[in-house]
Design a protein around this ligand. Structure first.
Ligand SMILES: Cc1cc2nc3c(=O)[nH]c(=O)nc-3n(C[C@H](O)[C@H](O)[C@H](O)COP(=O)(O)OP(=O)(O)OC[C@H]3O[C@@H](n4cnc5c(N)ncnc54)[C@H](O)[C@@H]3O)c2cc1C
Length: 370
């Protein structure tokens, strides 16, 4: 089975990795577009805390989080241990004891079905600051023990390396889809036709442009995110939990190299406008410092910009494209793609290879009814 995967963000890299493990003849192609979401994403894995009331979405996101430790172990078995992955936990901040209890109850209601969220505990402000010292002094929190973080750049590079060692061909280039008589022929790269039995479009926010030759539009758009990296000298941040404030979409997380990441803007309609804006920077820093004033004296390192692939609703677009045999889509993971990406990539690989699936992809059909 000749499979072409277009797009080497986390979804395409995971798809190529999974397909290579399954023995397919895989080619992974990437155009290295500016604003690849995977290269900018924060990397928090904590789907249980999301306030999203959609059973299909929740099931997919939590299944993806459940699958992460096995993926990390599998990559470690291949010698790939530098993924930035750690189950460092997360703190959901609460403004009052009542709100803290509400958060606690909401998490507990999901815990029986999704025990990998780990222990849930209520922390007073002192306990919260012990775990994340820059926090403001009055921040109470609910601690989610199983929450994790990952570095999107590192894990996707690791997935590509292992796919390559398994025999996948990884090539740079801008791929154009080729279809004829209601089926995919393959893609052209630099004028050369690469034939395939199946093509997976893991093309992120650029998916509508890529699948245009199939004669349809899925409504995938780019949502710009600006995200700030702050250095903290020699402080050991390796075990600091992610911070999830209660009332904003903003958050923080820490990595091993004395670095805190504060995110992020969610700029719907900004298009593929790869810029750091004064208002974006101000928004992210103001929100971060309001929650964690102890970061004020850190060192500004950089701002990353990524285009989140947003589908027409909260659910990813995952599965076969009706009307074009052999064409599959895996995108629309929005703000949760570093959580769901490896799992979505694996599902896309299995679907493209005609294998059984552990979840019903019906709710994620790329052309589902709105
Ligand atoms: C600021 C920010 C913070 C985030 N934080 C989190 C978080 O904390 N937790 C979480 O779970 N998720 C987070 N996300 C979301 C996550 O990063 C994305 O959902 C995910 O990375 C999307 O991956 P992808 O592979 O679908 O797309 P991308 O990573 O964008 O990759 C798409 C790839 O397709 C390639 N491509 C496109 N068209 C072509 C073509 N014609 N030919 C060849 N190649 C092509 C591009 O070059 C690109 O490399 C965040 C995102 C942003 C922007």
């Amino acid at each position: 089975m000749r499979l072409i995967v277009v797009g080497a963000g986390i979804v395409g890299s995971a798809c190529a990795y999974a397909a290579s493990v399954l023995g397919a003849d895989v080619t992974l192609i990437d155009a290295n577009r500016t604003g690849r979401a995977t290269s900018a994403g924060a990397g928090i894995i904590s789907p249980w805390s999301a306030r999203i009331d959609d059973a299909a979405y929740t099931n997919l996101a939590c299944s993806a989080a459940r699958a992460y430790p096995a993926l990390v172990a599998g990559l470690a078995g291949e010698g790939e241990t530098a993924l930035g992955y750690r189950q460092a936990g997360a703190l959901m901040l609460a403004d009052s004891t009542q709100q803290q209890e509400e958060i606690n109850q909401r998490l507990l209601a999901r815990q029986a079905e999704w025990p990998e969220m780990g222990d849930i505990s209520l922390l007073d402000p002192g306990q919260a600051r012990e775990l994340f010292p820059p926090l403001r002094p009055d921040a109470r929190a609910v601690h989610i023990g199983g929450a994790a973080r990952v570095d999107g750049r590192l894990i996707s590079a690791a997935l590509r390396r292992v796919a390559g060692r398994n025999g996948a061909t990884v090539i740079p280039g801008d791929a154009q889809l080729r279809c004829a008589h209601g089926a995919v022929e393959g893609v052209t790269v630099a004028g050369e036709l690469l034939e395939a039995d199946a093509v997976v479009a893991a093309t992120g926010a650029w998916t509508d442009a890529f699948i245009e030759p199939a004669g349809l539009t899925l409504g995938v758009t780019a949502q710009r995110g600006q995200i700030v990296h702050i250095g903290l000298g020699l402080t050991d941040t390796s075990r600091w939990p992610a911070i999830l404030p209660s009332d904003t979409g903003h958050y923080m997380l820490a990595f091993d190299d004395s670095r805190v990441v504060a995110g992020a803007t969610r700029e719907t309609g900004a298009g593929f406008d790869y810029r750091v804006t004064p208002s974006g920077l101000a928004e992210v820093l103001n929100q971060a410092l309001a929650v964690a004033p102890g970061l004020a004296d850190g060192t500004y390192l950089e701002t990353r910009i990524g285009f989140r692939p947003m589908g027409p609703d909260i659910r990813p677009l995952l599965g076969a494209v009706p009307g074009t045999d052999g064409l599959f889509v895996a995108t629309g993971l929005g703000a949760s793609g570093l959580t769901m990406g490896p799992y979505a990539g694996q599902l896309a690989a299995r679907a493209a290879l005609g294998l059984s699936l552990p979840v019903d992809l019906g709710p994620f059909s790329p052309v589902r009814e709105q």
